[in-house]
Design a protein around this ligand. Sequence first.
Ligand code: HEM
Length: 534
Amino acid sequence: EATSRRKGADILDENKQAGGADRTLTNRQGHPITDNQNIRTVGSRGPSTLENYHFIEKTSHFDRERVPERVVHARGAGAYGVFEAYGTVGGEPVSKYTRAKLFQEKGKQTPVFVRFSTVVHGGHSPETLRDPRGFAVKFYTEDGNWDLVGNNLKIFFIRDPLKFPDMVHSFRPDPVTNLNDPERMFDFLSNSPEATHMVTFLFSPWGIPANYRQMQGSGVNTYKWVNKDGTGYLVKYHWEPLKQGIKNLTQDEAEAIQAKNTSHATQDLYEAIDRGDYPEWELSVQILEDGEHPELDFDPLDPTKLWVKEKFPFLPVGKMTLNRNPDNYFAEVEQAAFGTGVLVDGLDFSDDKLLQGRTFSYSDTQRYRVGTNYLQLPVNSPKAPVATNQRDGQMEYKVDLAPGQNPHVNYEPSSLGGLTEARPSGAEHEPAYEARLVREKLDRPNDFSQAGDTYRKFEPWEQDELIQNLVDALKVCRPVVRDKMIGHFKQADADYGRRVAEALASAEAVDASHLGNESMREGQQLADRSGHRT
Ligand code: HEM
């Protein structure tokens, strides 16, 4: 706040020096407004008239100021910056693994826009909540845009995209009471054993990063890199904060901040960039040969698993610096649209099912949230040339014509000067399949062992926090939910499960007036009466 006020004052001084620039108020038709204080009425006390064009335009625009917020990750902050490539990966030329142009030469710069976010709650919810943090990067490359839509944590709750809407519903407030209820969340999680590892991170201090600058990022899903011969490699992406380091909060620290400031992370990012203290992250990849890797005890396409650093080294490929705040929050940050389908030549999808589900969801929601032509907005449109045969739709304001294109030809193929297909820059990556079409889990679910490893790697104070945070949430849950969770923790690590069980036993008895339980019991009675036992 203090910074933006200072900024306003500077602008006032500059105008004075310049002898006062023309700051005449107009409407969007360019008409100067001579009276912005009084609507037109019949006499000073009389009724108003319908031809009050300025009033009606101003009010009806105001009436439409809100667009739907993001269904998840609604609360966020954004900034611009630059990505600089190292040109190598693990001491080898990067071209061995990918032909993506942005990585090839040492020192090559690509502009970026980044949006950080929390996940579960609405656009003005506190930024201190225990929640994964979104870390979405848009690279404006010479081959068009690449979006790396990641989170701060390196794994996810689930591995099948069919479960995502249910998962989010369970994390959201109760649909009857509109109150947050950990029992609903843990009801879902206790019936989704693959989430045990993510829960272990989320309820530790790693579940509340101190701010957006001092946190890591990860693509989470497995992607592919493709070289000029069409050979594909499995890759995971990771962002590591450089000079600003990593910092997490305990529950008490978070609550102390939240009591005074619900926007501390947005403020921290804005003010750091404003004072020239630009945050930096290094981008690393982990690389595996494409394939099933039967030697591993998990499937490399499973986003609930870490590729542990000790076995699969982080290989740095470049560095990102954020150095410019947006001019307008709504136009740039709110309307920004990232998606996992947005890849450039040399980058590809893997068969990670969660990734494939996500890739449908992002552009689908953006056509609804922002509008059909959302890719024409400045923050979303690439810096590379755009020439399509897509036309019309709400809010189209320019036609994607190539220089020299016959504007009458908005179709392809054509011999009359329309657009033509590009030439491939290398061999296609063409994985082969021979399998039945099925609905089945991956065959190495291994839901618990990495959760145990992670628990054992935590420092003692992190373990203490984890147990305490879990107990605070689980003590309001009914035994059926608690017992299933304890069972999962025990399978991860006997000590972990025992500590949660003992701490729960000595925590206060469940408060019988717990609203969620009351209303859920009513729901159960209704279900019983109608013969649907759940
Ligand atoms: C935002 C769906 C999993 C990271 C969103 C949005 C949707 C969505 C609909 C709102 C997009 C918008 O309105 O522009 C899904 C589905 C998932 C999934 C269906 C699983 C099946 C993940 C995972 C990650 C992630 C695993 C982390 C790697 C993000 C981020 C944003 C986001 C960072 C905010 C992007 C921004 O700042 O605009 N997701 N998501 N999501 N998601 Fe996911």
